[in-house]
Structure formats: C-alpha cells, structure tokens
Design a protein around this ligand. Structure first.
Ligand code: PHB
Length: 391
C-alpha cells in the first residue's frame, strides 16, 4: 500500500537549503513537507565547512534564538593569505565593512532541525526519494524508512538533495547534465584537540601545496592540507600529518594535539544546465557545487533559497509566475560570481601537479598583486563576505 501525502511544496533534502526554505514558506503561511534519506543523527554529525556570510547569518536570525550562529559562532573580520613564508592580512572591516562568522554547517543544521520540529514542520528522516514526476501536480515517488512506497503530491517540488541529487533529473533530463570542472587535488582534513594556532583563518600557498588553518573552539581546531584525490586517510601517522601541515604553513608554528578525525574532501565545480523546469526547481548543491576554498557552498544555497521563497510566495499566494520564471537567471548571476571566486582562490593557492616554475612564479605574482593592491584586497573581501542578496 502506498501512503500518499498532499501538501503545497514538497522539499526533497533536509540540508540548510531545504530546512530554511520550509521556514521561509511557513512565514508566508505556505505548508510544506520535507524529506531526507538520512537519519537525523547522520545529518547532525556529518562534519562540514564553517564560514557564514553576514547575509546568511542575518537570514538565520529569522528563526529566532534557535540560531546560535552569533552566540556560539565566532565573528571574523579578516583572513590571512600566506605565501613565501609571510602572512598578509585581508581586513574585511577596512575593505568592505562586513564580516563572516565561523560556525560549522552541522551546527546550523542542529539549529534549523530543532526550530522546524518545534514549529510543527512535517519533517521526515529516512525517506528516500526515487524520482520526481514533473507536471501540473508534481509528485515525489519515495520509500519510507521501512522500505514501503511513499508519495508526496504537491503544487511545487524543490530539489535540495545535494550533489547526488535525484530531483535533478526532473529538471535537466539527466542526473548529471551541467557545466563541470574537476581539480587534480583534494583536501586532507583533520580535527584535533589543541589551542588555536591563529585567531583568524590562514590560507597558505607553499611550494608543497596549499594548507588552511581553521578553528572550531578554544580546544578543537580544524585544518586541511592539499593532497592527491585518491589519498587514503589511514596512510599517515599522526606525526606525518603534523609534518605535512607544518611544512605547508612556513613561518607559523602550529600548536599540535591529538588528531581525532580525518577525512578527504574531493572537490569540483558544477552548475546544472537548467535550474527549473515546470513545477520543479533546484537549490544548493543539487544545482551547483563549488570547491571549498572560497567558503561559498552553504552561503550560495541560502542565497538561492531566499530568491526561490519569494518566487513561490508570488506563485502560490498570488498566482504570479514572473518571479519563478526569472529564478534561474536571478540566481545564476550570483552562482557564476561564486564559481569564479571559488575557482580563482583554488587556482591561486594550490600547487597543480603539472605546474612549471613559470606557473609557480606567476602564481606568487598574482598573490602579491592581490595583497598589495587596495582593489585586489577589496575584491577578495567582498566576494568572501558575500555580495548583497539579490532580493
Ligand atoms: C572550515 O573551517 O571547515 C573551513 C573554513 C573555510 C573554508 C573551508 C573550510 O574555506
């Protein structure tokens, strides 16, 4: 027996985009059902990156005190770019009068899930979408946590189901159709118990490759170093990991401590060819993926949702399709700016395996151009802190 649920908007994927969208719709009196194939525990414990743009924090403020971004997160007014053994501060406050907050995505998810459940949101974990049937009344064909058939019939379906999106096929005609770029390197990430090595994030270019020194709290730190995409996390002893990290951050002594988590992040750039077809739209990683160097991933997802929520309000409350028709073009402008920024930071900071001496010196020239020019610093600061929201 198939269980069928009817609602106004079916949201496939309980990541930051899907959960925030259900909140914004509820504020407009529009009912939605959110499903995710993962368990609540899996969603809340998957380690993800942690930089929130100011506009993202402001939007999260609308869920009330459940958002701990400002209380538990840390405001950062700059970052350090490090090359040739020297650090150069990019001062966000001086350049663009904005800031970012260091607050990891899984903490954002805990806040959003708690707030949505407290508001009585129909939010179902362990429900796996198999396909979306597009049409006047689109349907999500799924299986519930026990494997039984489950369907949602809605007026609109939103695919916020991440980079391996099932919803994408209902929009682009295939699960892969998009603009795509791969990188010949990945990040080896560690979490360690140690005091911070720096108050702000350090993005370091070195002859041995890139490293990022980030933080989590007074006692836990997050760091990454460039590695080959097929690196096995078990291949390094703890001492070797510290050597790899330290040699990529010359000039700053890293404070060491026990490493209790390791992972390899493979990354790529992707934008789906189409972002909306009929009564189905894509947001977040289902629509686009960026390498983590620019810290744009979650922020871009949130920016999509803000535009789509407005378009759905116009459609479902006033029968007005204009904003929905404009959705792909509106969000594409920001998506491609973020694609450029993320690619630029990545290519400026990493050592490509086939780089020549010329490439390496040119890269240092590029870094010097950025840190020594007011315009260079301002571009980096503006893009990192986030462009003004579209609507
Ligand atoms: C993180 O703290 O995990 C982090 C910060 C900045 C990035 C990527 C990851 O660009």
């Amino acid at each position: 027996m198939t269980t069928t649920v009817r609602t106004r908007v079916a949201i496939v994927g309980a990541g930051p985009a899907g959960l925030l969208l259900s909140h914004l719709l509820e504020q407009a009196g529009i009912e939605s059902v959110v499903i995710d194939q993962r368990s609540r525990d899996e969603i809340e414990s998957t380690i993800r990156a942690g930089i929130l743009e100011q506009g993202t924090v402001e939007l999260l403020d609308t869920i009330g005190p459940a958002s701990r971004a400002r209380t538990v997160g840390h405001r950062h007014d700059g970052i350090e770019l490090r090359f040739e053994g020297e650090g150069h501060r990019i001062d966000f406050a001086a350049s663009v009068g904005r800031a970012v907050w260091l607050y990891p995505q899984h903490e954002v998810l805990k806040d959003l899930i708690a707030a949505r459940l407290a508001a009585g949101q129909d939010l179902r974990f362990g429900v796996t979408a198999e396909r979306i049937e597009n049409g006047d009344r689109p349907r999500v064909i799924a299986r519930d946590a026990d494997g039984a058939p489950f369907e949602i019939e809605a007026e609109f379906v939103v695919g916020s189901d991440g980079s391996r999106s099932v919803a994408r096929a209902a929009v682009t005609g295939s699960s892969t159709g998009g603009y795509f770029r791969e990188y010949p390197f990945a990040w080896f990430g560690v979490l360690c118990e140690a005091p911070p090595s720096s108050d702000e994030l350090i993005y370091s270019n070195s002859p041995d490759g890139f490293a990022l020194v980030s933080q989590r709290s007074a006692t836990v730190q997050r760091m990454y170093f460039q590695c080959a995409p097929d690196t096995d996390t078990a291949a390094y002893s703890e001492a070797q990991l510290w050597d790899e990290l330290q040699k990529r951050v010359p000039g700053t002594e890293l404070k060491q401590g026990p490493i209790f988590q390791r992972d390899v992040l493979r990354f790529r750039s992707f934008v789906a060819h189409e972002l909306r077809r009929g009564r189905v739209a894509l947001v977040g990683d289902a629509a686009h993926t960026v390498p983590p160097t620019g810290a744009k991933g979650m922020n871009l997802a949130i920016a999509d949702v803000r535009v789509l929520a407005k378009a759905l309000r116009a459609l479902l409350l006033d029968g007005e399709e204009r904003l929905l028709d404009a959705y792909p073009e509106t969000v594409s402008r920001r998506i491609w700016k973020a694609q450029h920024f993320s690619w630029w930071m990545t290519s400026m900071l990493h050592a490509a395996p086939d780089a020549t001496d010329f490439d390496r010196r040119r890269q240092l020239g590029e870094l010097r151009t950025v840190v020594e020019s007011e315009h260079g610093r301002a571009y980096l600061a503006e893009a990192y802190c986030g462009w003004p929201l579209d609507v």
